[in-house]
Design a protein around this ligand. Structure first.
Ligand SMILES: C[S@@+](CC[C@H](N)C(=O)[O-])C[C@H]1O[C@@H](n2cnc3c(N)ncnc32)[C@H](O)[C@@H]1O
Length: 244
């Protein structure tokens, strides 16, 4: 029997959604509105929100006029998102490591650090190649990753948070090229242990991998307001690239 991968387990729990409940619809609305200056959702473009979670960005893109499909490996998140489906908005369980479309989309989104989970660089490049295949010629890919230079600067970070009576103790540190976040959950008398493991991918490595997949980088932003990326201070690393 194959072992469960951490991202299939953790993102499928209600604890993930509780811990990150500040990553909510208003944040998604703000960002999608900001990028609507770049992507003309109102013209009815075809969008894929890859690793869509509960669909907060998909819903907003569709509201602005796009036809949207949200894909995610988490069955629970897709079940939740499907409540918002309509004839121009659908959600499906899918693994980004398998080809999910062929020349279908004007825009593929991969938002809020939904990349870099796999052990090898080959798997990361495979995902980028799948995205390239899924795009029409001239289509855009937008990836929103954490800025690993800032995480490195911050060093080891520990936090205790209580949300809805559930206590989360988190420890974030860098080990063997990955940013690890250990998450201990206390829910009344029950204890659960999870972790996140995200690859240390900086702008240079992204450039290399995106080029290998065939993309041309067009713009780089450092936050959800489309300010320029600064490797020392930006919270996010957001790259817009083009299928030539
Ligand atoms: C940090 S969450 C972000 C979710 C969403 N983009 C948002 O902003 O709310 C990462 C998402 O990636 C999904 N994911 C992880 N591995 C995946 C894979 N191999 N294929 C598709 N989705 C995956 C998880 O289930 C999770 O919903």
């Amino acid at each position: 029997m194959s072992k469960t991968e951490w991202f299939s387990e953790w993102f499928n729990t209600s604890y993930y959604h509780l811990l990150y409940n500040h990553r909510n619809e208003p944040e998604a609305e703000n960002f999608i509105k900001a990028i609507s200056e770049t992507f003309d959702f109102s013209s009815g473009i075809n969008v894929c929100d890859l690793a869509c979670g509960k669909g907060r960005h998909s819903i907003m893109c569709q509201k602005l006029g796009a036809k949207v499909i949200g894909l995610d490996i988490s069955e629970q998140s897709i079940l939740y998102a499907q409540k918002f489906s309509n004839e121009r908005l659908s959600f499906k369980v899918a693994d980004m490591r398998t080809v999910f479309a062929n020349k279908e989309f004007d825009l593929v989104l991969n938002l809020f650090t939904s990349f870099g989970y796999f052990d090898t660089e080959e798997e990361d490049v495979l995902v980028l190649k799948n995205i390239y295949t899924a795009l029409k010629n001239g289509g855009n890919f937008l990836i929103d990753y954490l800025n690993i230079e800032k995480v490195r600067f911050e060093g080891k970070v520990e936090n205790t948070l209580v949300k809805d009576g559930v206590t989360f103790f988190t420890q974030k540190y860098i080990e063997n090229g990955f940013i690890i976040k250990k998450i201990s959950v206390q829910d009344k008398n029950d204890f659960f242990y999870f972790y996140e493991k995200v690859k240390q991918i900086n702008l240079n490595l992204f450039k290399q991998m995106l080029e290998e997949a065939g993309f041309e980088i067009k713009e780089i932003w450092g936050d959800y307001y489309k300010n320029d990326f600064n490797s020392d201070s930006s919270d996010r690393l957001i790259i817009r690239c083009l299928k030539r």
